[in-house]
Design a protein around this ligand. Structure first.
Ligand code: GLY
Length: 362
């Protein structure tokens, strides 16, 4: 039995279906949601052979005419080149406003397809069918879409909410375990920002047990989506509160950039970023050190990195400052008072940032 979480945004509200075996029912679900025109399915090449036929067949059987396009795997596909390929495919097929796009794959395909949908004919509906944990619990939900530029990630984009999200949890078993672990970093983050009970759940199972248990997968994906939906409902366009979704991301993004994109998976960099943010929180907010130790143990248990990388502090600092400047200098750190209770926009003096880094690496 699948769970449904609703993102309640008035006319732009949408359901997130979570459970096992949902791919084969995609066609009728699209029809239920009023998506009855033609569909352009945008697939990551890593999943096109495995899941493409099931999705296609279900849409066909529901009377939805389907065409598809395969996108090369990897972050470099969040590009103008791939965007233009999608527009070309849609134009050649004569897709109209009554048509929709469907993203099948991880965050790259989701963000790219979402942006294509936001801009094609000034906006058509799209469906997110995330197949990675990171996409199921984060990028497929909340309407952030976009592509990268040589100058940086996600510099071109739009808020465009999907019409429907379908998370078929058994897809997670076809991922390398490293990818699954990286997605769990975001689940740990939800525990920190809103619901420490998620930590209790993750502490009690091994990675293998979790991956094999569809009910448990459904529970953690559902709870993560509920937390994200709640934040997005209250601050869709990141005027303030939505920043809490970036706990651990300030240093995490800097690590990804300084190490060179592709070296660290996003969730791996966030693992280190969360430990750093917890240490800063001890310093600035009185966060209990025992909770930082618990966080480290949990990340280690989930096979996420906990040792700080040998990267230049100056380089990381520069990357963090540039990131903040891009956001008009207004975004401070997201820091925790306790697990489940965080504050955003917290200013931290540069000396404290350096002191905590040095203390943590040594
Ligand atoms: N991934 C952070 C957000 O959606 O706001």
């Amino acid at each position: 039995m699948a769970s449904i979480c609703t993102v309640d945004l008035g006319l732009r509200s949408y359901p997130i279906d979570i459970g096992a075996g949902l791919l084969s029912a995609i066609g009728p679900r699209c029809i239920d949601e009023g998506l009855t025109g033609r569909a352009l399915v945008v697939m990551d090449e890593g999943v096109s052979d495995v899941y493409g036929p099931t999705v296609r067949q279900s849409l066909d059987a529901a009377g939805i005419k389907v065409l598809d396009i395969v996108i090369p795997a990897g972050e470099q596909s969040k590009s103008h080149t791939q965007l233009i390929r999608i527009y070309d495919a849609a134009l050649e097929a004569g897709l109209e406003r009554s048509s929709f796009l469907l993203a099948l794959g991880g965050g790259v395909v989701g963000d790219l397809t979402g942006y294509a949908a936001a801009t094609y004919l000034r906006g058509v509906p799209f469906v997110q069918v995330p197949t990675t944990l990171l996409a199921m619990v984060d990028s497929a939900v909340g309407g952030k879409t976009g592509i990268n530029m040589p100058q940086g990630k996600n510099l071109i984009g739009a808020f465009h909410q999907p019409a429907l999200v379908i998370a078929d949890t058994p897809c997670l078993r076809s991922l390398p375990v490293r990818e699954f672990s990286a997605g769990l970093a975001e689940v740990v983050k939800y525990g920190m920002i809103a619901d420490p009970a998620l930590w209790d759940v993750l502490e009690q199972v091994s990675l293998e047990e979790l991956l094999a248990d569809d009910d448990l997968l459904e529970t953690i994906v559902l709870r993560s989506c509920e937390i994200k939906a709640d934040v997005v409902q209250r601050d869709e366009r990141e005027g303030g509160l939505r920043a809490i979704l970036n706990f651990g991301h300030t240093l995490g993004h800097a690590i990804e950039q300084v190490a060179g994109y592709g070296e660290w998976l996003h969730g791996e960099a966030i693992s280190i970023g969360m430990i750093y943010a917890a240490r800063l929180s001890e310093e600035v907010q009185g966060f209990p050190p025992a909770e930082t130790e618990r966080l480290i143990q949990l990340l280690d248990h989930l096979k996420l990195p906990t040792e700080f990388p040998d990267l230049s502090w100056d380089g990381l600092m520069k990357a963090m400052k540039l990131d903040k400047k891009r956001k008009a200098g207004a975004i401070g750190f997201v820091l925790a008072n306790h697990p489940g209770d965080v504050a955003f926009g917290c200013p931290v003096p540069d000396e404290v940032l350096a002191k905590v880094w040095e203390r943590t690496v040594s």
